[in-house]
Design a binder for this molecule. Structure first.
Ligand SMILES: [Mg+2]
Length: 384
């Protein structure tokens, strides 16, 4: 099950301030340099979304109400949300402040079928926290994650094993988990537009056109996902990780995975109007030390930066630094990049590097976010 709160900060503000209910609301800074960190569903109807400059948001929606972000409040609400998540399964993988995978394997006798468990979770969050949440259920993580987006707002979608291909086939390749805008363009250029296009292609053709990566992506498109639900350690974190088909020791390859994950984490931070001060590198050693799928030692290293970041290159630099200084010394089966120590981004980014390079990165990030917006529009709705 993938559970994802709807317009999380905005919903918390609307719950605590009845006068804001039913109104277009933005959490963020209203100053000249202000940005929107989160938008209520009412505001989204005007085209307001996170990471948009506040002046532009106000132009699209003159009645937009601005509320300053309150990270301690959202973090506290996030903890309450996760306390409820954890009552449904001990295996909860945190993807962000308001979104998690919950492994329901083996809970049917206790919780009923997955749809019953999902509706009960939604009801409890509604009644105890007064907040809307959407739930997706599927046999693999990626399907559950896409299903929760389809269920939004305030709904539930269960994709049964026999319906997975029917559900996935028409979706655009940008919806594949882990395929960012650059990879999506590469797939499009090779003539793969939907998951069905990839799923129907033989491994030989895929390998010839796209290398081993193409074979892996097509496996996901067919609904074959080997990723387990991985409980995270951090109280609040954003992360992306990759399980390799075979153990990897080559640092060049690991660094390129780190850069991909860093860009993807950074996009999610920007989407959620968040910046992070701490970057975490984690990995799982290939050598099993205990029985079962969770018997591989999990390690992590972290570094805290002087300025909070939402930029993929800055996150990648920090994570690659950790890899070089204190990374794995044995082949590993999983690598992940995470961000924690978060704050609401209410003004545009302070100087990270020199003036010119900051501006260039900002322009690049906006371009990346625009590409992603375009793909989402071409596909189905994609909402947080
Ligand atoms: Mg959300």
């Amino acid at each position: 099950m993938h559970a994802d709160m709807d317009a999380f900060y905005a919903s918390v503000e609307q719950r605590d301030h009845p006068e804001f209910r039913g109104k277009p609301l933005a959490v963020g800074g209203s100053s000249a340099r202000g940005v929107v960190a989160a938008a209520s569903y009412e505001a989204r109807q005007f085209g307001v979304h996170s990471a948009m400059p506040s002046f532009e948001a106000r132009r699209k929606c003159p009645d937009l109400v601005f509320v300053k972000g309150n990270m301690p409040l959202y973090s506290r609400e996030s903890r309450r949300v996760f306390e409820i998540f954890k009552e449904f399964s001990p295996l909860v993988e945190r993807l962000s402040l308001d979104e998690a995978f919950i492994d329901l394997t083996g809970t049917e006798r206790l919780l009923g079928d997955p749809a019953t468990a999902g509706e009960n979770l939604r009801r409890r969050i509604h009644s105890e926290l007064g907040l809307p949440v959407s739930v997706g259920i599927g046999p693999i993580k990626m399907v559950a994650k896409i299903a929760s987006q389809v269920a939004k707002p305030d709904g539930l979608k269960w994709v049964k094993e026999c319906d997975v291909r029917f559900f996935l086939d028409p979706l655009p390749v940008s919806r594949i988990w882990g395929v960012g805008p650059v990879s999506a363009e590469r797939l499009e250029a090779a003539g793969f537009h939907t998951l069905g296009d990839l799923a129907r292609t033989s491994d030989t053709v895929l390998r010839g056109q796209l290398g081993d990566w193409g074979v892996e992506v097509a496996q996901l498109a067919r609904g074959e996902d080997i990723r387990d639900v991985e409980p995270y350690r951090d109280a609040v974190s954003y992360g992306e990780e990759h399980t390799f088909a075979k153990d990897i020791a080559d640092h060049t390859l690991l660094e390129s995975m780190i850069r991909t994950h860093a860009e993807s984490v950074a996009r999610r931070l920007r989407r959620d109007g968040i910046r992070a001060r701490t970057v975490v590198l984690k990995w799982k050693e290939g050598r099993r030390t205990a029985p079962g799928p969770r018997g591989y030692p999990l390690r992590s290293r972290r570094v805290t930066l002087s300025d909070p970041v939402d930029d993929g290159q800055a996150i990648a630099m920090a994570a690659c630094g950790l890899l070089q200084r204190s990374g794995p010394t044995v082949p590993i089966r999983l690598i992940g990049v995470g961000c924690t120590n978060l704050e609401v981004a209410t003004v545009s980014q302070v100087q990270l590097f020199s003036e010119g390079s900051t501006q260039r990165r900002k322009n690049l990030n906006q371009a990346i976010d625009r590409i992603e917006d375009r793909q989402v529009k071409r596909g189905e709705k994609d909402q947080d």
